[in-house]
Design a protein. Structure first.
Length: 193
């Protein structure tokens, strides 16, 4: 996959299962979040338009996107930021509408989550999964220890303090934990100094 740092160490069970045609679209998309030069970034933006739209159309037609990821994108309650709008709504507030949302360079990190899940190493994901256990058995008394564990993993693995809270939030959603639990874990990881 062009430009992805998810690489082979990503926990593939969180990857969306792609058809051969969709895999070809993904292979032609430059998934890098930043580029060394403006011209390079602009060329990627232009080249990405067609395959991104074709990929999203195909995924939508076969309902391949996990419900939690769609909620993360469309539901304002899943955006824990200061501005109360969905992630999609933030694009719209900035004048980006329709297909332009999905071809905008700032959509690439969202697309990466849709396709691959949280951007955390296998080791971190496995350790967190083990701590959570069966998500259906998680109760309110488990939330604080789970959040503390995510915070400890962030420190132990020297994760980026700015990105880790959101990545753990995404992982919680993919594990099937509720919105309140995911938000609590995210707030806990934000405490890392």
């Amino acid at each position: 996959m062009a430009g992805t740092n998810q690489g082979t160490d990503a926990m593939e069970k969180y990857h969306i299962k792609l058809t051969d045609e969709e895999a070809a679209f993904v292979a032609s998309i430059d998934l890098r979040v930043s580029h060394d030069h403006h011209d390079e970034g602009h060329a990627a933006y232009l080249a990405n338009k067609k395959p991104i739209l074709a990929l999203l159309k195909s995924l939508s037609e076969r309902d391949a996107m996990p419900a939690a990821r769609l909620s993360w994108w469309k539901d304002p309650r899943y955006n824990q930021g200061r501005v109360k709008a969905s992630r999609k709504g933030l694009f719209e507030r900035n004048g980006c509408i329709g297909a332009d949302i999905y071809t905008h360079p700032h959509f690439i990190p969202h697309l990466r989550y849709f396709l691959f899940g949280a951007d955390l190493s296998d080791e971190v994901i496995s350790a967190f999964e083990e701590k959570v256990g069966n998500p259906q058995w998680v109760t309110s008394s488990d939330v604080v220890p789970i959040g503390k564990y995510a915070r400890d993993l962030t420190r132990q693995h020297h994760l980026d303090k700015a990105d880790a809270p959101e990545e753990f939030f995404k992982l919680c959603l993919d594990l099937g934990l509720g919105l309140n639990t995911a938000g609590s874990v995210m707030r806990s990881v934000k405490q890392v100094r």
